[in-house]
Design a protein around this ligand. Sequence first.
Ligand code: SAM
Length: 331
Amino acid sequence: GEETSDDDTWPRYIRVNTCQNTTQQVVDVLRSIMSDDANFTIYLDAHVSDLLVVPPSATALILSHTAGDADKKEKGKWNPQTSIVLQDKSSCFPALCLVSLLSADPRFQSWELMDACAAPGNKTTHLAALASQFMAGTQQKPCTIHALDRDKQRHALLQRRCEALVNGDDRVLIQTKQQDFLTVNPKEYLNVRGILLDPTCSGSGMRDKGLKHLTEKENEGEERLEKLSYFQYKALLHACSFPQVEYIVYSTCSVNAEENENVVHRVLAELPSTWHVVPPPALAHWKRRGQASSKDTDEKHMIRVDPLEDETNGFFVCCLARSSLHSMSKQ
Ligand code: SAM
């Protein structure tokens, strides 16, 4: 169709599941699969570690290639279902941001994290892979990730994927649960330090929806947008109520301020000033930042991705931190 002409030239992204393989192992396999195609070049992404950038024609070929027994889950052996995740670049940002905040903070002897809206688990398993890499260099206890989703079928998929992808990596433990995050009692998760919140959104940044809708915001339906942003606000406020949470990463694949900057400001207005927006260390060099309304300066710490400019889906990421008594007493 006419709408896909641009889209077809955009790169595709392959995230190496480092719980099962090294990036070098995967690159070697991909090279051998593609050895007949002279135009095939694999790049490493400039912002996300272990993310490979390939031409659009590559992914179908890679997926159809089932070298090795796909049912055999053997660590270190190529398996198209567990060695890689076809995950768009911008959707790798939330886990990257959360782990960069936690790993820069020496206070925590063990990591207990929550992915509040987790299915189908792309960000959960990315979080697991990054946490495992960090734990490998320390004496820390395994990282625990509580991964929730409200929807029964989506939760089942989440559970299957987490098991398959993290299988055999003893530096990280994922506990999935089918539950509405808004009904979770924060007191039952006293040790949770970090929450990744990627709630249902309008998806208005997604390229595969056809970019036409980006210029036709009025068609989004004011009412739907209002409902979504109210849920996002409730969920973010709830995340901030966990007694020991220090970092929250809020993300959407929407380009609407109503679901992004506005949600953050609405929540911050209801919280004590110990909560604030912080820049994610992992994306220090990312240029595109939050859309500033006149009086706010927090936007320079928020991450925006433009689906027309950045060669990946439109996205929003905002990191919130709570200043602890520890860091406040130093001021
Ligand atoms: N983070 C996921 C990933 O990277 O694979 C994608 C999450 S998707 C944007 C939002 C998810 O939130 C859906 O699976 C939906 O079922 C779930 N969800 C919606 N409302 C929820 C709630 N109140 N509590 C828990 N999960 C919810």
